[in-house]
Each structure stands twice: as structure tokens, then as C-alpha cells.
Design a protein around this ligand. Structure first.
Ligand code: ZN
Length: 334
């Protein structure tokens, strides 16, 4: 049986050093892209994207806010969301520009994900996810990966006999995935995606980028067969690394429009018509957490923090739903 410890970067000696240049390059292009967008004045304010409660009634999360980008917690549905979003034209252009530009964000991501240490962990995670799905799929079926990038998830399912389809906004990524998987389309879900219906939809690190997450999840439910499964991964707003870093966290950034914790993710998926089958957390980022001052780490962890922080193990975070990522399976009722 695979465990989350099998793909935990904090447990791989030398991983951070090997990846440092890739992360620096990615941060640099992200910062440059944001500076351009800020100068172009493309932000617009909004109310809660799930229940439409006015932003003026919401609590501003000061520790996670900057002058031009603030996070709010909705008093109605409890979702944490960004007060500002890009206008939709800008948002689409960001992905479509893609790798024609060698300094683009997709290009920097491709370099990061293509490096051997990263790819090894990513492969381990996909294998773990497929293992989690096995009890629900005694036979291979048909699946759609939304935001399939260059098709790594599709590869893993296809080799196990699944009939795979994907949708990906970055044109070069979509083209590359399509060389192996003819069912990949370039564009955005739901408009540009294959119709289905599917037995499984996978959604990894996508939902936080979606301006209207409830409508998006409802559209996924409609593309699933009754009894079909949505497998979803999002950054965990409750993770101690995010909490200790506040507005400096790489998770807290324009382009991430919603911030999920276990309670708000379960509530949102239920609102979209799903039953929660399982919800877990993985990827500890324990080494990055412990690089912060011990008193700050203790304050973030709360009363359960051990006397000696060096005794912390990834599993101590995982079972408390404090991993860096949330992973859930959600079923469309029969
Ligand atoms: Zn709300």
C-alpha cells in the first residue's frame, strides 16, 4: 500500500537544494507577470463568488492581505475568497499566451515539473491517487482531467486501460498531450471540454483558480454519470505553512481566487450536489515549516505542538487535515 509519505518532499534529502533554481525562476516570472498586470489596472472588486453576500459584510483577513489584494471570509458560506479578481479577458489571455514566450509562467512550470526529483514525487502522488480510486472502479472506465497540462495524469490512467480525455487552456501543453491522447482539447471547462458523461473527473490544483467555483463544480456534476466520482486537490488554507507565512505565502496570490479549508470544501461540494466520500490531506512541507522561528510555529500549531518540534512527523499533520494539500473524492448521487 502506498502512503502519503511516499511522495513527501520534506522526506527527500536534497530535494529543496535540487529544486531551488526552478522555484526561483518560477517566482521571478510570476512576480514580473503580476507587476505588468498591476500596472495595467486589470483588477475588479467582487462579492462572495459562492453565495453573493456583499464583500462589505465580510471579515478582512489582515494577515493575508496586501494593499492591492485582500482575502475575505464570507459570513454566509465561510469561504475565504479574494476581494479582487482579474477581468475575465485578462485571465484567459494569461493562459493563452503560454509558452510562445520563453519567460512565461507555463514554461517555468514545465521546467519545474519536468525536473527529475519533482517528476518522481508527482508520479508517486498520481499512483497514490489511483490507489485511492481503486475500490470505486473495479474496471477501468472513462475519465476527464480538467487542466491536464502535458498529460501526466492521463498517461497514468491510460496505461491502466482507462479511456481518457482532457481539457487544457495552454495551447502548447494541450498539443503535447494530444500527441499521446487524442481526447485532449485546448480551452476551458465547461465550454471547450468533451461532453462525456464520465465515470470520473479529476481536478488537481485548478479549483482555486476558478472565479465562480460553485457554478464550475455544478458543471462537473452535470458531466458525471450518476454515481460518478470527482477527485479533487486544492491548496489547504489551514496548513500551518500557509498560516505561519500569511500574505507572504506562495499560495496567497492573484490568480488564486478561493482558499479552501476542510469545512469550506465539504460545504461547497455539498452545495454543488456532491456527497463527500473521503477527504484527506497530504504533502507536509514540514522542512519549510520548521525553518520558521519555533515560537511562530508553536503559535500556529496550537496546544498539540510537541515540546520538541523536531519530533514532528508528516503524519502528525496529515491526520489533523493540516497537510499542504487537501485531497477529496466526491460522488454525484445515483
Ligand atoms: Zn459566501
Amino acid at each position: 500500500m502506498l502512503q502519503p509519505e511516499n511522495f513527501d518532499a520534506a522526506l527527500v534529502p536534497g530535494f529543496r537544494a535540487a529544486m531551488r533554481d526552478h522555484y526561483r525562476a518560477l517566482t521571478a516570472v510570476e512576480q514580473a507577470s503580476l507587476a505588468t498586470l498591476r500596472a495595467a489596472d486589470v483588477f475588479q472588486p467582487r462579492d462572495c463568488p459562492v453565495c453573493d453576500q456583499p464583500a462589505g459584510t465580510a471579515q478582512r483577513l489582515e494577515r493575508f492581505s496586501r494593499p492591492d489584494f485582500s482575502l475575505l471570509r464570507c459570513p454566509g458560506c465561510r469561504l475565504v475568497y479574494s476581494r479582487e479578481v482579474f477581468c475575465s479577458v485578462t485571465e484567459r489571455q494569461r493562459y493563452a499566451r503560454a509558452e510562445a514566450d520563453p519567460d512565461s509562467i507555463p514554461q517555468a512550470f514545465a521546467a519545474l515539473k519536468g525536473s527529475a526529483p519533482y517528476a518522481r514525487l508527482e508520479q508517486g502522488k498520481i499512483d497514490y491517487v489511483i490507489q485511492q480510486l481503486a475500490p470505486f472502479f473495479p474496471q477501468p472506465a472513462d475519465m476527464l482531467d480538467i487542466g491536464c497540462a502535458q498529460g501526466a495524469v492521463l498517461d497514468a490512467f491510460a496505461v491502466r486501460g482507462w479511456h481518457v480525455a482532457g481539457v487544457e487552456p495552454a495551447p502548447d501543453f494541450a498539443a503535447r498531450a494530444r500527441t499521446r491522447h487524442p481526447g485532449v482539447r485546448c480551452g476551458f471547462f465547461p465550454g471547450d471540454a468533451p461532453e462525456g458523461p464520465f465515470a470520473l473527473v479529476t481536478l488537481f490544483d485548478v479549483l482555486e483558480h476558478i472565479e465562480r467555483p460553485l457554478a464550475f463544480l455544478a458543471a462537473i456534476r452535470d458531466r458525471l454519470r450518476p454515481g460518478g466520482i470527482l477527485a479533487l486537490q486544492v491548496p489547504n488554507f489551514d496548513s500551518p505553512l500557509v498560516q505561519v507565512e500569511g500574505a507572504a505565502s506562495t499560495v496567497v496570490t492573484p490568480g488564486h481566487w478561493s482558499y479552501f479549508d476542510p469545512a469550506s470544501l465539504v460545504a461547497l461540494t455539498a452545495r454543488a450536489g456532491f456527497q463527500t466520500v473521503t477527504l484527506q490531506s497530504y504533502i507536509s512541507e514540514l522542512d519549510r515549516l520548521l525553518a520558521h522561528p519555533p515560537e511562530a510555529v508553536r503559535a500556529t500549531l496550537g496546544p498539540w505542538a510537541p515540546e520538541d518540534l523536531a519530533t514532528l512527523r508528516p503524519a502528525d499533520l496529515f491526520w489533523r487535515q493540516l497537510g499542504f494539500k487537501l485531497f477529496g473524492l466526491f460522488r454525484r448521487p445515483e
